[in-house]
Design a protein around this ligand. Structure first.
Ligand code: SF4
Length: 434
């Protein structure tokens, strides 16, 4: 997972560049980077391990200058600078290459080597895509070449001296355009825009390549890619609730899913609570449709990290265990509907149900805002391994019993279609229907 941002400004872009990238921090926390250009040179280029706010304090930002810029939050060190046939550029990438080894080996066989490898024969996807793009005579041709040979999906932004290129693959990695007073921005998510003063223009379409600069948003290429699919999980969990994807508000889609759960699995309960933060908007929808009060039984400790973004499962489990503090006084003697975005291995839900029962909950009913996850995501989101999915190993009734739940209900693909207003043909459903 990554968040990428680009801006072309009619004044110095650094403030917008920092904030626009900072608002993508929920997508990745391992590395962050910024790069700027004044149209003549690359005036600044900086990558760090860690979070945007800590790595780019005011005293660092004051040394960055330029009208064009890109930024990213990522799982590997980005952005990456390259000098290729089309000249120099700096690229930040959100995606995954399923046939990474094949493409890396093909480049090596052509005599194209890598610097900064991460282990015996290992290089990051970002290094591979930078080499592929830079081996063509124009940036557009480089992207075409990438899309022809890669399996997976991608979105990217690239800083050149003529502006910021942005390109989107088959659709699972989102990009959206914004504008304000002659300045233009592109972001993985539109929640970068409200506090930087940008207004949404439109989504970059799957397969589209644009160049943003002082002339505005220039459509410079179209890749013939099929089938085009949007990642359903962005609306369910990944994206920020303030974002809008393909014209659908993430918060509203989550409310719709919660309402669908309330209609599909009614229960007489004292309160409905999210597993914060990811279940919050779904729980609100459940409460609105059922009339059951929305009261949080866990408080998320503000200084915890997001539990899905650490790279290793044990780290994710530790983070998930420590981030929620139960409120015994609210829990004791109550029939509780607990709403969450998804269940992967089930260990986190099991822990939470145990805590609620130990604190005196009379009954605990779980409602899950997506269908049972049964497959790893080949596009770098949700689970990394099929065997992690509890719904692959046991039927729903058994999952319910193994967790000590009094009932368990999952949203359906039909609920997803209705909540997003998009037909199943346009939605990637691979983690539910591989
Ligand atoms: S498999 Fe699931 S998480 Fe991955 S892109 Fe498709 S819908 Fe999104």
């Amino acid at each position: 997972m990554a968040g990428i941002f680009g801006v072309s400004s009619n004044e110095d872009c650094v403030k917008d560049l920092f904030l626009g990238t900072f608002y993508l921090q929920h997508r990745a926390q391992d590395y962050c980077g910024l790069a700027c250009s004044d149209g003549k040179t690359f005036s600044a280029y900086d990558t760090h391990r860690g979070l945007m706010r800590q790595q780019f304090p005011k005293k660092v930002l004051k040394d960055l200058k330029g009208n064009f810029g890109i930024g990213c939050v990522t799982g590997d060190r980005q952005p990456v600078s390259v000098l290729g046939k089309a000249g120099a550029f700096i690229v930040a990438y959100d995606g995954n290459i399923i046939n990474h080894d094949e493409l890396r080996d093909a480049l090596l066989m052509k005599g194209i080597g890598f610097t900064g490898f991460i282990g015996e024969g290992e290089v990051h996807d970002s290094a591979v895509i930078a080499k592929i793009i830079s081996s063509e005579s124009t940036f557009e041709r480089g992207i075409e070449s990438l899309a022809k040979i890669m399996k997976g999906d991608f979105a990217l932004v690239a800083l050149t001296k003529t502006g910021v290129y942005a390109a989107r693959g088959w659709g699972r990695k989102h990009l959206i355009l914004g504008k304000k007073n002659g300045s233009y921005a592109v972001s993985s998510e539109s929640n970068s825009f409200p506090n930087t003063g940008f207004e949404i223009m439109r989504d970059i379409e799957p397969g589209e390549i644009v160049l943003i600069n002082e002339e505005g948003v220039n459509h410079v290429g179209r890749l013939d890619l099929n089938p085009k699919k949007y990642c359903s999980f962005e609306w369910i969990y990944t994206a920020h609730p303030a974002s809008v994807i393909e014209g659908k508000s993430v918060a509203e889609v989550r409310i719709n899913l919660g309402k669908a759960l309330a209609r599909r699995y009614p229960v007489a309960a004292d309160l409905v609570s999210p597993v914060p933060n990811s279940g919050r908007w779904h729980a609100l929808g459940f409460s609105m449709a059922s009339g059951i009060p929305h009261i949080e039984v866990f408080v998320r400790y503000d200084y915890s990290d997001r539990s899905y973004t650490p790279g290793q499962q044990p780290d994710r489990d530790v983070e998930a265990r420590t981030k929620l503090i139960p409120i015994k006084e609210v829990i004791k003697g109550k029939i509780i509907v607990l709403v969450d975005d998804s269940i992967v291995r089930g260990t986190q839900m099991l822990t939470r149900v145990r805590v609620l029962k130990e604190m005196g909950a009379k009954e605990v009913h779980a409602r899950i805002a997506c269908p049972p996850l049964v497959a790893a995501c080949h596009f770098g989101k949700t689970t990394r391994c099929n065997d992690e999915c509890i719904a692959r190993r046991m039927p729903i009734k058994e999952i319910q019993e193994s967790m000590g739940l009094d009932s368990l209900g999952y949203a359906t693909v039909e609920d997803l279609e209705e909540a997003t207003g998009l037909p199943r043909e346009k939605l990637c459903l691979d983690c539910w229907e591989p």
